[in-house]
Design a protein around this ligand. Structure first.
Ligand SMILES: Cc1ncc(COP(=O)(O)O)c(C=O)c1O
Length: 481
């Protein structure tokens, strides 16, 4: 008889099946690289329905126990050695600093633009991972249905159905937001710009995680603000003792944080830590700009709540976009600025008048009818798989003593090479092979990460990628030698 009901203990049958298989993997009966029985065979063997087996295998995939290989089946995933060391935390900064005028970031990111290369330095997923054709069809339909839309100015207007969809998604993630507290922006970049402008003036100090996303440093530089880098744990995010110290001893006017899947560390603050951070902000009466752009890319079952979920007095300005999940080039982003709503609205108006309604409507139609959740599920699986394969290759090819992050979401890996390896030099050497990397120097105003680099794992694994990682490893080894 085919069983689809829950067992007497109310544990769903697929969970029981997944637990049993996981136990076999943990005992070593099923070893890394082993193929598990096909869905059909397992259903027959265990006298359960095919959908039960599919659910069980999907659960094991999400737990990182199995991996699906196209047209081949499910395999036991090789584990990363549990003792592979993780990157170390930096020391606190003695005093805040302006961002220097070096154009290193622009130089490094621009040489890559338009040139054929292996894009390991960008934080850009491969375009093939996005539902491009569906979006193109929706975009065409939006133009056909209302051709006049292109002839009208969109003055500061957020497209209502889009903001409702975004608000609905935050509600599901445990963060109730009213749709009319959202400002639609040109990507997350504009949201960050407007937010920082709303709460600071030139010369103010902004505290942020270290290493920091270089885009933050560039925005801060353009606004003539100072940076105070705060040590950050590669797993659990910004160090709260160091943050308290920063707030006590420096005139911090704003905090800029990525509590979920920080770029470049991939760290994710546990809920309690987010709550403590919020309390600290309230105690020192400091506002925070939160970048939540990777929040939907969690590998665990639950989407991490943004810091905004604890915000009872409107001091958190939440910023994000669909740039990492759907369509970077549509540039649809948003900001939930809390008590700074009117200020951010005015800044949005003076900055760009409004965001293109045609693009907002396209994204909104996709969210409502395009299968966004289904797309996100497969995207998360792809990113998790790719991160795993990249990590293994780094451990295989990079010099002994290399440390690497263990992100539980997103698609970025942070690598600390042995002391003495210079990743700016590695960047130059790698570019001769048409491989781009993001050297550690870009992620700090204090040149603290000379032996580190960030790797983009948003690229489907193939021979060319494996060969590029091998080449990087050889170039790094040559420096060690
Ligand atoms: C942390 C972070 N925030 C913001 C952005 C930019 O987002 P958008 O393309 O939506 O402007 C990026 C892009 O790499 C990013 O990594």
């Amino acid at each position: 008889m085919i069983q689809t009901l829950a067992t007497p203990k109310q544990v769903p049958l697929y969970v029981t099946l997944a637990d049993e298989l996981q136990a076999l993997v943990e005992q070593g009966t099923l070893r890394p690289g082993h193929r598990v029985p096909s869905v059909r065979r397992m259903a027959l063997q265990r006298d359960v329905s095919i959908s039960t087996v599919i659910q069980a295998y999907t659960l094991l995939e999400n737990r990182g126990v199995l991996e699906a290989r196209p047209q081949s089946g499910y395999y036991v995933r090789a584990r990363l050695p549990s003792d592979a060391p993780e990157p170390r935390m930096a020391r606190p900064m003695a005093k805040a600093s302006y961002v220097g005028v070096t154009d290193l970031t622009a130089e490094i990111m621009m040489i890559a633009a338009g040139t054929h290369h292996v894009p390991l330095g960008e934080a850009c997923p491969d375009p093939s991972l996005f539902p491009n054709k569906k979006l193109a069809r929706l975009l065409g339909a939006v133009g056909r249905d209302d051709p006049m839309a292109m002839g009208r100015y969109a003055m500061n207007s957020a497209y209502d159905p889009l903001t409702r969809e975004i608000a609905r998604r935050y509600l599901q993630a445990g963060t109730p937001l009213a749709h009319d507290e959202l400002v639609i922006t040109i990507g997350c970049t504009e949201a960050l710009n407007l937010s920082l402008r709303a709460i600071t003036k030139p010369g103010d100090t902004v505290a942020l995680e270290s290493p920091a996303y270089f885009g933050f440093l560039q925005i801060i530089q353009s606004l003539n603000l100072k940076v105070l880098e705060v040590p950050t744990d590669p797993r659990t995010g910004i160090c709260l003792d160091a943050m308290r110290d920063a707030l006590e001893h420096h005139d911090v006017k704003a905090v800029l944080v990525m509590p979920s899947y920080q770029n470049p560390l991939g760290s994710c603050m546990p809920d309690e830590k987010k709550e403590q951070l919020y309390r600290l902000l309230a105690e020192f009466d400091v506002p925070a700009v939160e970048d939540d752009i990777y929040g939907d890319l969690h590998f665990g079952e639950r989407r991490p709540k943004p810091l905004k979920a604890w915000d009872t007095d409107g001091r958190v300005l939440l910023c994000s976009s669909f740039g990492k999940t759907l369509a970077p080039s549509l540039r649809v982003g948003w900001c939930a600025p809390g008590r700074y709503l009117e200020r951010v609205r005015r800044l949005k108006f003076t900055n760009t008048l409004g965001s293109p309604v045609v693009l907002q409507k396209t994204v909104s139609d996709f969210l409502r009818n395009g299968g966004y959740d289904h797309h996100l599920r497969s995207l998360r699986r792809a990113y998790q798989n790719q991160l795993h394969l990249f990590s293994q290759a780094v451990l295989r090819h990079f010099p002994e003593g290399t440390r690497l992050s263990r992100p539980q979401g997103g698609f970025i890996l942070w690598i600390e090479l042995p002391p003495g390896v210079d990743t700016l030099r590695l960047h130059r050497d790698a570019w001769k092979h048409r491989i781009n990397i993001a050297p550690g120097a870009l992620f700090s105003v204090k040149d603290r990460y000379r032996n580190c680099l960030r790797l983009n794992c948003g690229l489907p694994w193939n021979e060319a990628i494996e060969s590029a990682v091998r080449t990087l490893g050889e170039l790094a080894r040559a420096q060690v030698a």
